[in-house]
Design a protein around this ligand. Structure first.
Ligand code: DX5
Ligand code: ZN
Length: 225
């Protein structure tokens, strides 16, 4: 049974499989979830909105077969509405789309929900102001603030997004969540938490460590909860 992370107390840690060894993706997923990850973050990239290409529905279907965990797909693609149904059919539970690629953020959120997505999120790049998500706030379950320029794992955290994150958090209802993604590690997590972050996406600071459970625990230890 998939546990909906909206029913769990925060903070939560979401390992991002972008830094996993794709040759053994199933065991990698099992390891990071057994090692303390709360749900999985899946970075879908199209080589157009971002300069990298990662994976799409066929791989997500394989991930779905490997775990019952909540699958949070982060769509770094130019046409998220077009692919929403395929993502849902592949087995994702949450889908987030970038504010930068749609003409009407509220309409896009509604269309993605109509495609059958249970949980819908909106994402903003570091250079995109908080105001870009405001029209969508009545239509989304979560807001993802990028703390790196999207495209690759292993980049350096951008502290200048913390003020924006706090601004957005103040506008969220108690049943909505703020997620942070990019450069989150044991050194940067506390500042993210202080800005109101509920969900912490972590790729390299978990997958690149020899002991993933210890790495996850080290981050959680900084979050105070
Ligand atoms: C970046 C992706 C992130 C990435 C995070 O474009 O959206 O989810 O996997 O990687 P780290 O945690 O290494 O910065
Ligand atoms: Zn991501």
């Amino acid at each position: 049974m998939t546990t909906d992370p909206f029913t769990l107390a925060t903070p939560l840690i979401a390992p991002s499989v972008l830094s996993a060894d794709f040759a053994k993706l199933g065991p990698e997923i099992v390891e990071v979830l057994a090692g303390g990850g709360d749900f999985l973050h899946l970075d879908v990239m199209d080589g157009h909105f971002v300069p990298n290409i990662s994976f799409g529905p066929p791989i997500i279907k394989a991930v779905r077969r490997s775990t019952t965990a909540f699958l949070d797909a982060h769509l770094m693609i130019s046409d998220p509405v077009r692919y929403a149904r395929a993502m849902v059919e592949a087995g994702v539970d949450g889908l987030s789309f970038h504010a930068e690629v749609v003409p009407d953020v509220a309409a896009a959120a509604s269309q993605i929900r109509s495609a059958g997505c249970r949980r819908v999120g909106i994402v903003v790049n570091p250079a995109t102001p908080a105001e870009a998500v405001f029209p969508a706030l009545d239509h989304v379950d979560y807001v993802l603030v990028m703390s790196v320029v999207p495209g690759f794992s292993g980049q350096k955290f951008m502290p200048e997004v913390l003020g924006k994150a706090a601004t957005i958090k103040r506008r969220l209802r108690a049943d909505q969540r703020l997620e942070m993604d990019g450069g989150v590690n044991a050194d940067t997590a506390r500042a993210c938490r202080d800005a109101g972050t509920d969900w912490f996406v972590v790729a390299s600071a978990i997958f690149d460590k020899p002991d993933r459970a210890a790495a996850t625990a080290a981050i959680r230890g900084r979050l105070g909860g």
